[in-house]
Design a protein. Structure first.
Length: 230
């Protein structure tokens, strides 16, 4: 099942000019960062390691300008961002779910910088609230080094599990993890704290919890409390 999609158009390798444009976008970001923000982060993380380190400061400056909703002077990073796609090549990046499993698909022939620029300019299409949440995650993604599996998803989400529910409905994931009954909508903060402490106590190896999974579970419990106690 397709959850999110980013279509980036860009100059071909032999083209004399360097241009970037956006095509079809499916970037749900409610609640932020949502599956759309997660896909943008994955595109950045997958391609940033192959970008010249000297360009990193300008990448981050561009990201900050887009985050603030400012007008971006062109060209940037040797590329011009434009609406016209005539004569450009196409890359397509997707976030797919198969049951409870999430996976990324990257298809294209553009340079790593062009893919990252596409992800950053796509951030501009999100509303201001979502941009403020997604932009810092893109900064973390730019520094990510490693496979784009559950560890990446958890890092991008700030510690939450990389499961389908955690990405698409973090509130439902948090309620379930803390053991609230079905139908619970907004539990009192005192009850959230009480259940968090009880679950952490039970998860700790000293109380008989599985030491192999205790650290991850306790981290997830902390994230669940944060989600339910803004």
């Amino acid at each position: 099942m397709l959850l999110a999609e980013l279509e980036v158009w860009h100059s071909r390798p032999i083209a004399p000019t360097r241009r970037v444009s956006l095509g079809h976008l499916v970037l749900p970001a409610d609640p932020a960062p949502g599956v759309g923000g997660l896909l943008l982060g994955a595109v950045v993380a997958a391609h940033a390691p192959d970008i010249d380190d000297d360009l990193a400061p300008d990448v981050h400056r561009l990201l900050a300008e887009v985050e603030r909703g400012e007008r971006v002077a062109q060209p940037r990073l040797r590329h011009r961002y434009q609406a016209d796609r005539h004569g450009l090549a196409r890359s397509l990046h997707s976030l797919i779910s198969d049951g409870d499993q999430l996976s990324f698909e990257f298809r294209g022939q553009g340079s790593p910088l062009q893919q990252v620029l596409g992800a950053i300019y796509a951030l501009e299409r999100l509303d201001a609230t979502a941009r403020r949440v997604v932009a810092p995650s893109l900064r973390r993604a730019y520094r990510w080094r490693g496979p784009l599996g559950e560890a990446f998803i958890s890092s991008f989400l700030g510690g939450a599990s990389g499961s389908f529910t955690a990405v698409t409905n973090p509130t439902a994931w948090a309620l379930d993890l803390l053991g609230f009954p079905p139908g619970t909508v907004k539990p009192p903060k005192k009850e959230v704290t009480s259940r968090f402490r009880l679950r952490v106590r039970d998860a700790h190896p000293d109380a008989g919890g599985d030491s192999a999974v205790a650290a991850k579970l306790i981290s997830d419990l902390g994230e669940a409390r944060r989600i339910l106690s803004p």
